[in-house]
Design a protein around this ligand. Structure first.
Ligand code: HDE
Length: 678
């Protein structure tokens, strides 16, 4: 799938969309030429309160002072209890049409149909003001404004979850968020309560493995996959059903930060992912994803190749059920106002359209309750669907009335069914022939119990599958992540217990982590046979699109730099000149540049500046391509970098750099970066 290259035309087109039109009245609310109160009264002065003389006390009668301060006092709404930090964008989803065989949902089934969307990416654990690049799962929530009503696909960048039953959600989140006494740590997993919980609650193991993998530190929201996690039931026009898992496949490929790089970035630029999203869209370098589905038969046991499809701690390997692309998402417009759009958007798994149904996955069932409930306190009442960002593009006639922040002036006396008084304007129930949402009849039976199906008891086999599927470099990263995080636990008993869990997944991994912690490796019972799923591997020989990547030149804004800038711009790459001091054409100085901003660096001048030495050494350690132009050779020698090391590009041109960026990192250098002891 070819990525969209920077296109002003596409940007212009994105500026007009039905959702944008529908938000227009709300965007136009602040229009007049003069400053006014909320009541429209023109104001001559907003800098001084009304006082009894210039040195006197303020007067209670100053309605402008009171209104201004009171409104300010109430500007904040409660942040999301999870996924508090996020950023979003509008886009367009275009259906390929092939999904018609499994679903009647128009936005998926109708070839070429374009549907407006809003996507909100997020971290899970940190507060609104925390950093983007911390080790965490990422949210990937998509609202499709379809002609049949809003459909929300509220997914994550990892395909499994820590718990199998919604009733455990408060437990896992209380364990994973900050300690309640100090509100430390922000947005990180390295703390005792988390490891205490997951070492006791072993159904979390598979997700813990994903959280310790490179997926937990994405390079950009552009370079991560998205997963619906649960199995959904799709229904086609003939009423036939299939069990389906949703996937978002990034056109740019799946790429991550190095762990040290992620940590530095959290301080240098806490908005790293948020900025990348907004800047990329501004530059016309749109994020692109394909929506894919894995289709499994809707069998009585809801199991596929022995995998229980109702268990959200399990994946279906792509080798068993290929991900079939059914449409493309392009994010092409930034919101105008963070609060009104990104903060007030309300996702809910119960926002469904005909052709898409839920299954009995007990995690999914509980989410159906939670998302509606949470909006009541977050958005202050039951009318949040009327907020411009949440409005349906399909006509709404719901018989709901009143409530806080009601902004519809309902007319007439009838808000009930059945009635004989509403006349032709009143809503009537819609059967399936006119798009009414009718569930596929499914037999439900069973005893009232608090229990899991037996198959849910397997907590280790797929964690083992995931580890075995990774490339050796990714496996090493996982060993380092476990060692790093567990060594931050104060309680030795928790570390030991967690090693006991790892021992039931993979002996070699356990031995390495135990060695790093200076503890004996316990014996466990890892699965005897594991069939890897190569599709889970990030590092392959593939060369990926490079739009959105950034190259730094330590040198001057000279002709060579300008030529490279021009050549790489055509591929969507930004080239920034780093010079000792500012000036025309200089975007970073030796003082302001940090390695984490660049995917590749070129040393083009001779310097011994210590900050540049650190920048180059970090770029080297993080396995980034490093180019050398002219006297830059001396600079690399000063930084102690061997010119013959892998990924040191002598006199590179745009093509050489593009190829190196397309591989994401210089993987051949990684073995040289290990500490001498190992
Ligand atoms: Fe969420 N989750 N969640 N979650 N979740 C929320 O809804 C919840 C789960 C996910 O950008 C909350 O509006 C429960 C799985 C995303 O606005 C809340 C359970 C997955 C977002 C909530 C889960 C997710 C949320 C907080 C266990 C991946 C951000 C504010 C049963 C498939 C959406 C809000 C956005 C947000 C509850 C588990 C993804 C409290 C009870 C599994 C991407 O309702």
């Amino acid at each position: 799938m070819e990525p969209t290259v920077p296109s002003p035309k596409a940007k212009e087109e994105a500026e007009t969309s039905p959702v944008k039109e529908s938000l227009a009245p709300a965007r136009g609310l602040q229009t007049g030429d003069y400053l006014t109160t909320a009541q429209g009264l023109r104001l001559p002065d907003t800098d001084h309160s009304l006082k009894a003389g210039p040195r006197g006390p303020s007067l209670l009668e100053d309605f402008h002072l009171r209104e201004k301060i009171t409104h300010f006092d109430h500007e904040r709404i409660p942040e999301r209890v999870v996924h508090a930090r996020g950023s979003g964008a509008y886009g367009t989803f275009t259906a390929y049409g092939n999904a018609a065989s499994v679903t009647k949902a128009g936005f998926l089934a109708e070839k070429g149909l374009e549907t407006d969307v809003f996507v909100r990416f997020s971290t899970v654990l940190g507060s609104r003001g925390s950093a983007d690049t911390v080790r965490d799962t990422r949210g990937f929530a998509v609202k499709f404004y379809t002609a049949e009503g809003n459909f929300d696909l509220v997914g994550n960048n990892m395909p499994v979850f820590f718990i199998q039953d919604a009733i455990k959600f408060p437990d896992v989140i209380h364990a994973a968020k900050w300690h309640p006494d100090r509100e430390i740590p922000q947005a990180q997993t390295a703390h005792d309560t988390f490891w205490d919980f997951v070492s006791l609650h072993t159904e979390a193991t598979h997700h813990v493995f994903w959280a310790m993998s490179d997926r937990a530190v994405p390079r950009s929201y552009r370079t991560m996959e998205g997963f619906g996690v649960h199995t959904f039931r799709l229904v086609n026009a003939e009423g036939e059903t299939a069990l389906v898992k949703f996937h978002w496949k990034p056109v740019a490929g799946v790429h991550s930060l190095a762990w040290e790089e992620a940590q530095i970035t959290a301080g240098v630029d806490p908005d790293f992912h948020r900025r990348d999203l907004a800047d990329s869209i501004d530059a016309g370098l749109f994020y692109e994803f394909e929506l894919g589905i894995q289709v499994m038969p809707d069998s009585d046991d809801e199991t596929f190749h022995g995998i229980d499809l109702l268990d959200p701690t399990k994946i279906v390997p792509e080798e068993l059920a290929p991900v079939q692309p059914v449409g493309k998402l392009v994010l092409n417009r930034n919101p105008d106002n963070f609060h009104a759009e990104t903060e007030q958007i309300a996702f809910h798994l119960g926002h469904l359209v005909p052709g898409i149904e839920v299954t009995n996955d007990p995690l999914l069932q509980g989410r159906l309750f939670s998302y509606l409930d949470t909006q009541l306190s977050r958005l202050g009442g039951p009318n949040f669907a009327q907020l411009p960002i949440n409005r349906s593009q399909a006509p709404v006639n719901d018989n709901h009335r009143d409530g806080l922040h009601q902004s519809v002036v309902h007319r007439g006396i009838v808000a009930y069914l059945p009635n004989s008084l509403a006349g032709p304007e009143g809503p009537v129930p819609a059967g399936p022939e006119v798009g009414g949402y009718v569930n596929v009849p499914k037999m439900v039976h069973g005893e009232k119990v608090r229990a899991n199906p037996v198959s849910f008891a397997d907590h280790y086999s797929q964690a083992a599958l995931f580890y075995a599927s990774l490339s050796p470099i990714e496996q090493d990263h996982m060993v380092e992540a476990f060692t790093f995080e567990l060594s931050k636990c104060y309680e030795q008993a928790i570390r030991e217990r967690m090693l006991g869990v790892l021992a039931n997944v993979n002996t070699e991994l356990t031995a390495k982590v135990a060695a790093g912690l200076g503890l004996p490796a316990p014996e466990g019972k890892p699965p005897l046979e594991v069939t890897p799923s190569p599709a889970l591997r990030q590092i392959t020989d593939r060369v990926w699109p490079i739009a959105g990547r950034v190259v730094g030149i330590i040198g001057a804004p000279d002709k060579q730099a300008a030529a490279l800038q021009k050549a790489l711009k055509a591929q969507g790459v930004v080239v920034r000149v780093i010079a000792p001091v500012g000036g025309p054409g200089v975007e970073r100085t030796f003082q302001t540049a940090r390695s984490v901003e660049f995917d590749a660096v070129i040393a083009a001048t001779a310097t011994t500046d210590l900050q540049m030495m650190v920048l180059l050494q970090e770029a080297y350690r993080h396995a980034k391509p490093i180019g050398v132009w002219g006297k830059g050779e001396q600079t690399l020698a000063n930084a102690g970098i061997d010119l013959k090391a892998p990924g040191i590009l002598l006199d590179p041109d745009a093509d050489t750099l593009a190829a190196a960026l397309g591989a994401h990192r210089v993987w051949a250098r990684v073995p040289l970066l290990k500490p001498a002891a190992s």
